[in-house]
Design a protein around this ligand. Structure first.
Ligand code: ATP
Ligand code: MG
Length: 174
């Protein structure tokens, strides 16, 4: 896709990171671009975007985690293995140039918690000179990722209904 190929990072503690990335995917679909979204740390069909994927042309969503709580302080080897597999898949897409837009959902937190070696990922992304636009999402994006990104947006929480007891809502939060 013409002009694609930059690295965008959506981070911060406020709501809107994943949904912003999905907004770009919608816009990209309108232009005939092909999007692959790899959702790290997740295996849950009960997400609106997973259900909507079939309606969006050239949009592939793959959850590359498992349906279990991830202990970031002491990650289970299975989770580390799945994260590694997801990253290898991401690299393959970039090397083989099989997507115009690659969304790496929650990669920021994966890097921030050391579930993937930061240096290895930064090195790869730094050298990557392909035509695929990359968006990473998740809280706590490491400085090293912010340094090499072309765009960084920090979603700042001003208010969130969660704090007044409104829990995750279908079609709004998942
Ligand atoms: P969304 O998917 O809605 O764009 P997000 O990607 O910015 O949210 P995540 O850190 O991935 O946020 O967390 C996902 C879930 O947590 C969503 O259901 C979201 O509504 C909720 N959430 C996001 N930010 C907050 C917050 N500051 N306090 C409580 N819940 C939050
Ligand atoms: Mg998210």
């Amino acid at each position: 896709m013409k002009d694609y190929g930059l690295l965008q990072v959506y981070t911060g503690s406020g709501k809107g990171k994943t949904t912003a990335a999905l907004g770009v995917a919608l816009r990209a679909a309108g232009r005939g671009a092909k999007t692959v979204m790899l959702s790290f740390l997740k295996d849950d069909p009960d997400y609106g975007e997973a259900m909507a994927a079939q309606y969006l042309p050239h949009f592939l969503l793959r959850q590359v985690g498992r349906d279990a709580f991830v202990n970031f302080h002491n990650p289970d080897p299975i989770d580390l293995k799945m994260v590694r597999k997801g990253w290898e898949e991401a690299k393959k897409i970039l090397i083989e140039d099989t997507a115009d837009l690659l969304i790496l959902d929650e990669l920021n937190i994966v890097l921030a918690t050391g579930m993937l070696p930061l240096e290895e990922v930064i090195d790869f992304l730094k050298k990557y000179k392909g035509k695929t636009e990359i968006i990473t999402t998740g809280r706590g994006a490491p400085e090293e990722l912010i340094d090499i990104a072309d765009l960084v947006t920090d979603m700042q929480e001003i208010k969130h209904y969660f704090h007044k007891g409104v829990s995750s809502r279908d079609g709004i939060d998942h």
